[in-house]
Design a protein around this ligand. Structure first.
Ligand code: NAD
Length: 498
């Protein structure tokens, strides 16, 4: 069993402090130990980022972009290594891990446009001989704290753009699957990133609190569960930091009576059970408008859930791997027990699934509940597992009210052939990311990602144009160069063009 290292000031550093086990969820075995950084170790990373900032801030954006281009090439060249590490520690299938990495690389591609993105705005002659411009300047040291479910993609939402904008970065990845995250950071180093510009410290609450409390850290990007997002947002903003904290979700798919059912079922299968339901954009509720479409959905989807190919994520050609940890498997199973006790109809029961040769893996088969009602815990709370709940309603208005009343507002979608219904849904649904016949409407890298309500704390969404805004401070400069040196008397009235 190897012990994973921190990456601080361009060096891989061993740690002698606390550690925790990293598991292969397909076998149930501990395969690595990861250090849990002390405050002192985190401070070392912050100091390295602070020291690297002045030179990186003044590195021309086009030169920063060249490093990002090489980084992208290295990510592509090392795809198989990265994907294997993701799958080994997270449990998701190889194909799913490859998809996550590709979406991460798209964020690196976007960040290579730094010279264009940072151009600023210029106005000539705003007054006599006076010109004005707005500049986008880096903030300084930025910290990122990321969840287990996208160990490659979510960190890539953050630091390529932050670094392209001239900031330096300290990343605290999830302690549950840190190896791919670390390898990717090492590749950035290999691409020519100066030491200290990107640092990776592993850890838990102690490391996160050190990042929140350090005055040198000017901004925090967080992605994870809602209670921690809210904690980081309130503690960070209380200290005057800029914070964007993306939280949990409960994503509904509305099935209208006119939906193309075969395609809707395929879409729901992937969106509900892909990655074992461990996606913040996973569909966990199907809202059927009318009993007819609900009955037809159940009839079509049940055999497909029962036929899911489930096994060790690292094998090819599977639909679903295990859940990430034993504790999470028990938590999700507990939700299924709770749904049964609350009176929901468990149409497919994935509990007790055993995978041949992987009897100690953290597996759970796909589960389907019908006749779920909004008062049930399985409806109200994020389960983050392969559990789809069907709620039956009588109209689109009732479906939309249900979604708008939910505390989360990350993603949602509607399956319909009716343009009027789709347009109303897009206009009035209180959710940040909306799909029309698209089950996982995760915005591409040049549109920003973010939910509403308790799915995001902060004003700016992640990556894309909002990411540029988040990782830069705007400075407005007004400059006067008189054509001839003339003396002007003091003006006591407020300057204007009036
Ligand atoms: P988590 O909140 O447990 O952990 C996220 C990060 O916070 C990790 O780095 C972890 O070490 C750290 N952390 C955990 N407990 C902490 C504490 N008490 N104080 C300070 N830091 C702490 O989330 P997770 O289980 O890793 O990921 C799953 C969650 O993330 C789900 O709720 C999912 O919806 C959410 N998520 C949201 C998005 C989004 O874009 N909205 C994307 C991916 C995941």
């Amino acid at each position: 069993m190897t012990t994973i290292k921190h990456l601080i000031d361009g060096q891989l550093l061993a740690d002698t402090g606390r550690t925790t086990d990293v598991f292969n969820p397909s076998t149930g075995e501990a395969i690595h130990q990861v250090p849990l950084a002390s405050r002192e170790t985190v401070q070392q990373a912050i100091d390295a980022a602070k020291a690297a900032f002045p030179a990186w801030r003044n590195t021309p954006p086009a030169k920063r972009a060249q490093v990002l281009f090489r980084f992208k090439q290295l990510l592509e060249a090392n795809e198989q290594r990265i994907v294997k590490l993701i799958s080994e520690e997270h449990g998701k299938t190889i194909e799913d891990a490859a998809g996550e990495l590709k979406r991460g690389i798209e964020n690196v591609e976007y960040a290579t446009a730094a010279p264009e993105l940072l151009k600023g705005e210029y106005s000539r002659n705003v007054g006599p001989n006076i010109d004005a411009w707005s500049d986008f300047q880096p903030i300084g040291v930025v910290a990122g704290i990321t969840p287990f479910n996208f160990p490659a993609m979510v960190p890539l939402w953050m630091y390529p753009l932050a670094i392209a904008c001239g900031n330096t970065f300290v990343l605290k990845p999830s302690e549950r699957d840190p190896s791919s995250t670390l390898l990717i950071a090492e590749l950035f180093q290999e691409a020519g990133l100066p030491k200290g510009v990107l640092n990776v410290v592993h850890g838990d609450k102690e490391a996160v609190d050190a990042l929140i409390e350090a005055p040198e850290v000017k901004a925090l990007s967080f992605v994870g569960s809602t209670p921690i997002a809210e904690y980081i947002y309130s503690e960070g903003t209380r200290r005057g930091k800029r914070v964007q904290a993306l939280g949990g979700a409960k994503n509904h798919a509305v099935l209208m009576p006119d939906a193309d059912l075969d395609n809707a079922v395929s879409a729901l299968m992937g969106a509900a059970y892909g990655s074992c339901g461990e996606r913040c954009m996973a569909i966990s509720v199907a809202v059927c408008v009318g009993d007819q479409i609900a009955d037809a959905l159940v009839a079509k989807i049940v055999p497909q859930i029962k036929a899911l190919k489930i096994g060790a994520g690292t094998s090819c050609g599977l639909d679903m791997g295990p859940l990430v940890t034993r504790a999470h498997q028990q938590k999700v199973t507990g939700y299924v027990d709770d749904g049964v006790a609350a009176g929901a109809q468990l149409v497919v029961d994935g509990r007790g699934l055993k995978v041949d040769g992987h009897e100690k893996g953290f597996f759970l088969g796909g589960c389907l509940f019908d006749r779920v009602t909004p008062d049930m815990r399985i409806y109200k709370e994020e389960i983050f597992g392969p559990v789809l709940c069907i709620v039956r309603v009588n109209s689109l208005e009732e479906a939309m009210q249900l979604i708008n009343d939910h505390e989360y507002g990350n993603g949602t979608c509607i399956f319909t052939r009716d343009g009027e219904a789709a347009r109303l849904f897009c206009d009035e649904i209180e959710v940040g990311m909306v799909g029309v016949n698209v089950p996982l409407p995760v915005p591409v890298a040049y549109h920003s990602f973010g939910g509403w309500k308790r799915s995001l704390f902060g004003d700016l969404h992640a990556y894309g144009p909002d990411g540029v805004r988040f990782y830069t401070k705007r400075k407005a400069i007004t400059q006067r160069w008189p054509q001839r040196a003339t003396h002007e008397a003091a003006q006591f009235a407020f300057p204007s063009n009036g």
